[in-house]
Design a protein around this ligand. Structure first.
Ligand SMILES: Cc1cc2nc3c(=O)[nH]c(=O)nc-3n(C[C@H](O)[C@H](O)[C@H](O)COP(=O)(O)OP(=O)(O)OC[C@H]3O[C@@H](n4cnc5c(N)ncnc54)[C@H](O)[C@@H]3O)c2cc1C
Length: 358
């Protein structure tokens, strides 16, 4: 518990980072006020929900890999706590990842990936259509081999958000549907200014994703975020949820198809450093063509919607949790491609911060 006197915490931003932080702080006995004009409609809304430390391996991101490896146990624990509270189970599907290449040069990218992942000590093995026919269900017949990565998983972020919001309500959080236009800080409290009024707490957390610092916040000398937009396309009509999530290199581009029970698939994702959240026709055409080439069984899938979001990218692509100057505000952002994965770990940082200022 934080202290004998109930700590009152403001959480600005109700994406996955703000929601998990708020949940953890409520469990600590804090009184929590969450402020967001459109809860969980930022990057969290667009996310596919993969918790895939191995498939996400990238050169130079060893520290991030080690962090992500802690995420699945943390999500299992969080899922169980949400179940006890709400009675609803958060499905965590742990079927691994199958990485394939479309043509010979894409296959070379797969081989290159295997070499890099090998230096990380990641658990992966070569797989072939002959050895593991079920893993290649729906995959183009011209793709005969790939890499299987056990230990990768996914959740449905919509479900996680639903259970978190229900839990916040059960634990007595206040959710204020308003934008924070300015923040202030004194020696003993913090203030968030909104069109609905001012809110005061003992300390506060900015979990504003790619939107960055709110006016009034002291500038950070260490961190900055930039928006990297991404779109996922949602379709229905193809189900391979009982085997590994397919990832592919296709004509040099990255593709994934997360298949959920019942035939709902998330196809992704575009990456646009201009931070434009609109979906360009060319991007949609490339994503669709890549997906149909790798998984021709998607041919008759029905398009449901597309979702766009802004990934919060830090300078070094690592997440950060920073106390802002000597104020009672902290800034949690920079989760880039891994915010869903890392949310339970950031929740623990939020608790440590509030204990520290209590
Ligand atoms: C296409 C796509 C696919 C992705 N897939 C995955 C994946 O498979 N696995 C994974 O781990 N990650 C994935 N990510 C990354 C992940 O979605 C993000 O890292 C994560 O959602 C960041 O969470 P957040 O809470 O920081 O930001 P957000 O979800 O963007 O939430 C920030 C919130 O802050 C609010 N806000 C901003 N400014 C203010 C203000 N002034 N006052 C009040 N509220 C404010 C916004 O309204 C918003 O609700 C994906 C991202 C994208 C775009």
């Amino acid at each position: 518990m934080v202290s004998q006197q109930r700590q009152n915490v403001l959480v600005v931003g109700a994406g996955i980072i703000g929601l998990v932080s708020a949940f953890r702080l409520l469990q600590e006995g804090c009184a929590v006020t969450v402020l967001d004009p459109s809860p969980a409609k930022g990057a969290t809304w667009a996310a596919a929900g993969m918790i895939a430390p191995t498939a996400e391996i990238a050169v130079g991101e060893e520290a991030n890999y080690e962090l992500q490896r802690q995420a699945l146990p943390a999500w299992r624990a969080l899922g169980e706590e949400l179940r006890v509270l709400t009675g609803d189970e958060l499905q965590i599907v742990e079927k691994g990842t199958l990485l394939v290449g479309w043509d010979a040069s894409d296959q070379r990218l797969v081989d290159q990936f295997a070499r890099v992942a090998g230096t990380f000590g990641a658990a992966l093995r070569e797989s072939s259509r002959d050895e593991d026919p079920e893993e290649f269900a729906g995959v183009s017949a011209r793709i005969t081999r790939g890499l299987l990565m056990a230990g990768d998983a996914w959740i449905n972020p919509d479900e996680a958000v639903r259970l978190l919001l229900a839990s916040l309500e059960l634990l007595g959080a206040k959710i204020i549907p308003s934008e924070v236009t300015r923040i202030e800080s004194s020696d003993h409290d913090v203030r968030a200014v909104t069109a609905l009024g001012d809110y005061v707490g003992g300390c506060g957390i900015l979990a504003t994703g790619a939107a960055g610092l709110v006016p009034g916040a002291p500038a950070s000398v260490r961190n900055a975020v930039r928006p990297v937009s991404g779109v996922t396309l949602r379709v229905r009509g193809f189900d391979r949820s009982d085997v590994a999530t397919v990832r592919a290199f296709v004509r040099g581009r990255s593709l994934y198809v997360v298949s959920r029970p019942g035939g709902y698939c998330v196809l992704g994702a575009t990456v646009d450093e201009r931070g434009e959240s609109a979906l360009e026709l060319g991007e949609l055409a490339r994503l669709t063509r890549d997906a149909l080439d790798v998984l021709p069984a998607l041919e008759s899938a029905v398009v449901l919607e597309h979702r766009s979001g802004l990934r919060p990218a830090s300078r070094d692509l690592e997440p950060f949790f920073e106390q802002l100057g000597d104020t009672r505000w902290a800034w949690a952002s920079g989760h880039y491609r891994h915010g869903v994965t890392l949310a339970p770990l950031t929740g623990a940082s939020a608790v440590a911060f509030v204990r520290g200022v209590a």
